[in-house]
Write a protein that binds this ligand. Structure first.
Ligand SMILES: [Ca+2]
Length: 206
């Protein structure tokens, strides 16, 4: 499904709610969910050269139905360190999950930093299959926590008042069949939504 399909879905929702008839357009619907979320930059900020590229990942071989189950599972299983994830652009059908060599029954605890280079409003969107929870700057900005087919989030507005590196943690699992994990953004003034590029991610360690 494309970004524009999702826009159409939002419009349909708005029509069903009678908002368009009342003269309140799609932008009003989208921004209704926005607002300051209090995202906090990493403190202290990682020094230049101290970060490796991509995001670190810890993998778990487990059959999961929800992010809550995953969190419980991680209390008893330390998982295995995986190959770092360069960027979140995985829509692989029946293929291997993220940087694993397996195509089903994977939990992934993905951690590192994301760089917001300028202040302003960043619009992000998440595309997932199966469950996902996205935390940025210590705030859970999105979750779609149970088993589902490819599905987009709505547009999520992040108000960044202080440019810099923000901690990011994405909890994700793939139960069976196809898998997808994508993160898009539209930085301030760009006017285009695209993958968050690899240059915007970093993590400590190798
Ligand atoms: Ca799946």
């Amino acid at each position: 499904m494309s970004f524009w399909d999702n826009e159409q879905k939002l419009l349909m929702k708005a029509l069903q709610a009678g908002l368009v008839a009342a003269g309140i357009g799609m932008f009003a619907v989208n921004s209704a969910a926005a607002g300051p979320m209090g995202l906090k930059p990493a403190s202290p900020q990682p020094t230049a050269g101290s970060l490796s590229s991509g995001l670190a990942v810890q993998y778990y071989g487990v059959k999961l139905d929800s992010i809550d189950q995953f969190l419980e599972w991680m209390e008893y299983d330390k998982g295995k360190s995986g190959t770092p994830i360069p960027m979140l652009n995985y829509q692989v059908g029946q293929g291997n999950v993220l940087t694993t060599t397996t195509n089903d029954l994977v939990g992934a605890d993905i951690t590192g930093f994301i760089n917001f280079e300028t202040s302003g409003t960043y619009t992000i969107m998440v595309h997932s299959n199966d469950g996902v929870q996205v935390n940025i700057g210590g705030v859970m900005v999105y979750e779609d926590p149970e088993v589902h087919g490819d599905r987009f989030s709505d547009e999520i507005k992040l108000e960044i008042s202080e440019p810099g590196w923000y901690p990011v943690r994405v909890l994700y699992f793939e139960k069976k069949n196809s898998s997808t994990l994508e993160l898009y953004w539209d930085p301030p003034g760009s006017g285009e939504i695209d993958y968050v590029p690899a240059t915007a991610f970093g993590h400590r360690g190798k």
